[in-house]
Design a protein around this ligand. Sequence first.
Ligand SMILES: C[S@@+](CC[C@H](N)C(=O)[O-])C[C@H]1O[C@@H](n2cnc3c(N)ncnc32)[C@H](O)[C@@H]1O
Length: 406
Amino acid sequence: MTPPRTPAPEPSAAVRRAVKRHVWNEPRTFRAATALGLEPWLEEEIRTIVGDELGAVRTVPGATTFDAPFDVAFALLLRLSVADALHLRLAEVPADAFPMLRGRLDRVRFDLWLPAAPRLRVEVRSRRSRLRDEEGLRRTVVQAVRAAGVAATPPTGDGPEGRDATLRVTLDRDRAEVWLDAAGAPLHRRGDADRPVVPGSLRETTAAALARFGTPPDADRVIDPFCGSGTVLEEVAAHLDDRPVGARRRFALERSPVWREGRMRHERRRADGDRRMHAARFVGIDRDRSATDAARAALEASGADPDRFAWIVGDARDPEVARAAVGHAVRPALVTNPPYGRRVGRDADEADALLAAVLPRFSGASVALLYPRPDAVADLPGIVVEEVVRVRMRGLANAMIRGRIA
Ligand SMILES: C[S@@+](CC[C@H](N)C(=O)[O-])C[C@H]1O[C@@H](n2cnc3c(N)ncnc32)[C@H](O)[C@@H]1O
């Protein structure tokens, strides 16, 4: 977690004035990162959150770079559900040689962006550039930061809790870009405390993309027959309710002189005012009681209304369990991350057979799966596959599959 161990020191009046003049009212370049394959949802979210004020947008595998007024940082931090990180560009300078780089970095007002005495992490990546000595590059950046009056010290450990700010410096074709990490702990962490999870749990950002990809807006019951610790249902509920997923966590930018607490309060109030409560109810099934216990506990911490959720301990192949889950729903929707089977062969066949036994129990429902074998799903009798999107999760090929159960 990122929250400061001590309150951030108040910036000087001169820094405050300069922040107002040079940061708050200026456009900025942002970069949001996500898992490979989830870029379309990331870009769509950015367009929705920033609206008319969005400038140039460029999406590459794993990230979207875009121009927008600085102030949208607050809504982005609160609302981005598919992004793992949000960075703000502080500088873009030529970097043919160390003295030139140092000279250019000395003009950057790091004192406007960094707390007065941060534990600072500097990450460097150099490609297709003459300057490749990453240790030398890191030293040069730290020297420029100190020359700007920022008393930076090294981080105290590798985790986000051991630092107050992170700069990422990327060199490409002899140009250096300096980016400030606005989030701190990755954005898939929705709260400051660790979420209770079971083995095989999905990352929240992937669950959010599956929710956006596969939940019909008029669903009246959303069922996850393999709910594990409930990540998918929680993200579906946040999506349908339009609830900001970052409302329960802190951000590294809070320690920066550019932070506008009033602006963040305004965004939170606006989110509360806009709050709609979708009519859908949510049902999670898992045969493992410790999974549904973890799901219930995570949900209580999430701010969702627990009365809209039901957890069933049972085997999703059991027709009674499926009937209880569907109840009187008219437009049921399955959204789930089933067991995959780790090895191709027997494990995978078993996982395919489990889907073959479970999905027909929910005939008439829409279905969205995160599952690595879309062909096996398309071959199941009674399943109509409408769309497949390939994604990569923690380096492994996977797919989001959407369709109907006839
Ligand atoms: C891949 S995990 C789901 C993880 C979940 N998406 C999350 O993020 O926590 C699969 C879950 O399916 C459950 N499961 C496996 N076979 C089942 C069955 N026949 N009926 C119900 N649940 C089952 C397992 O107990 C496990 O919790």
